[in-house]
Design a protein around this ligand. Structure first.
Ligand SMILES: Cc1cc2nc3c(=O)[nH]c(=O)nc-3n(C[C@H](O)[C@H](O)[C@H](O)COP(=O)(O)OP(=O)(O)OC[C@H]3O[C@@H](n4cnc5c(N)ncnc54)[C@H](O)[C@@H]3O)c2cc1C
Length: 296
């Protein structure tokens, strides 16, 4: 990423919302469940499977958290009705984690009780302990249809893999999108990559583990393809490197695409635009053009 793009990425929260929306359309299925269903049909036709995310995070009220849980039950009904190859990904702060652990647990239970696979996304490092605690509780209560996420960015991740090993865990491994302090996280690009490779090796050695390799990084894809875990899939985000995902499918690998939908698109969109190596500069140029009155 150029210095200019980096500066723009940091300034993105100041960009008008309609501009952010325009440039983030490719990352989001749309605002309704039907939009997500349509996208998953398209992906399934291309031989890809999906995981559907109801957008929303850091919910401030109990009724909002309960509404998100209901939205996930509706997603499962749609998956069933349309016979879609998809599971769901949930965020604990969307289900009330910041309000109370018990409320969040109740909401998660109501989703997990549907019996279909549920992936618990990992959010910023202030939530890691409670997320892993909830995952363990669910698994120890006999819910095998649950998986969790570990972030290669975090220094603790190799330790977390060792601690989870007795559960024969289902883990999505990603770099981690949330900026964290250097005391707890690797901040250097190559160090994060190196920890990703180490974590992938460690997970491959865990008896009974299923590993979802979630990256668009060509170098990491190469490392993974050289030494695949016994049970694995690749995962990518909607709107990112779709051709690469198709090639993996053609080569015989299972590829799952993360499909977010919903009204609360703003925070997710900001994160995607900030990590897109080219998009920040494009947005900046478009915004400047508008400000100068030369836009369409
Ligand atoms: C399925 C899935 C689920 C995820 N779940 C979580 C989670 O629960 N918690 C969490 O913290 N993080 C999650 N992430 C995000 C992840 O942590 C990274 O922030 C993200 O995947 C970018 O890292 P990368 O490995 O693709 O490498 P990068 O080095 O960021 O990207 C590699 C290349 O991919 C392309 N690329 C990447 N991002 C974009 C973009 N936005 N637009 C256009 N091109 C792009 C570019 O060509 C770039 O050079 C998830 C990612 C995926 C794929």
């Amino acid at each position: 990423m150029s210095l200019f793009d980096r500066a723009v990425a940091r300034a993105l929260p100041a960009v008008p919302k309609p501009v952010v929306q325009l440039f983030s359309q490719r990352y989001i299925a749309g605002s309704t469940l039907q939009d997500a269903v349509d996208v998953v049909h398209r992906l399934n036709d291309e031989g890809k499977v999906a995981t559907i995310d109801v957008l929303g995070e850091e919910i401030a009220r109990e009724d909002e958290a309960r509404a998100i849980a209901q939205a996930y039950r509706d997603v499962f009904a749609a998956i069933e009705r349309d016979a879609l190859s998809s599971n769901v990904s949930i965020k604990l702060t969307a289900l009330g984690l910041d309000l109370s652990y018990d409320l969040c647990r109740e909401n998660v239970d109501s989703i997990v009780a549907q019996g279909k696979f549920v992936r618990i996304d990992m959010e910023d490092a202030s939530t890691t302990d409670e997320t892993l605690r909830l995952y363990r509780e669910l698994r120890e209560d006999g819910h095998d249809n649950v998986g969790v996420v570990l972030q290669a960015r975090l220094r603790r991740t190799l330790g977390d893999i060792a601690a989870l090993a007795d559960l024969r865990p289902n883990v999505r491994l990603c770099k981690g999108i949330y900026p964290e302090r250097s005391a707890i996280a690797f901040t250097d690009y190559e160090a994060i990559r190196a920890n990703f490779v180490q974590a992938l090796r460690a997970l491959s050695a865990v008896d009974g583990a299923h590993v979802a390799i979630a990256t668009h990084d060509e170098w990491l894809l190469g490392e993974a393809l050289r030494a695949l875990p016994p049970s694995y899939e690749f995962q990518m985000l909607l709107g990112v490197r779709e051709e690469r995902a198709s090639r993996l499918v053609r080569e015989g690998h299972r590829v799952r695409i993360y499909v977010p939908f919903g009204e609360q698109w703003y925070q997710y969109s900001l994160r995607r635009l900030q990590e897109n190596p080219a998009m920040a500069g494009t947005i900046a140029r478009s915004t400047v053009t508008r400000l100068l009155g030369r836009g369409e």
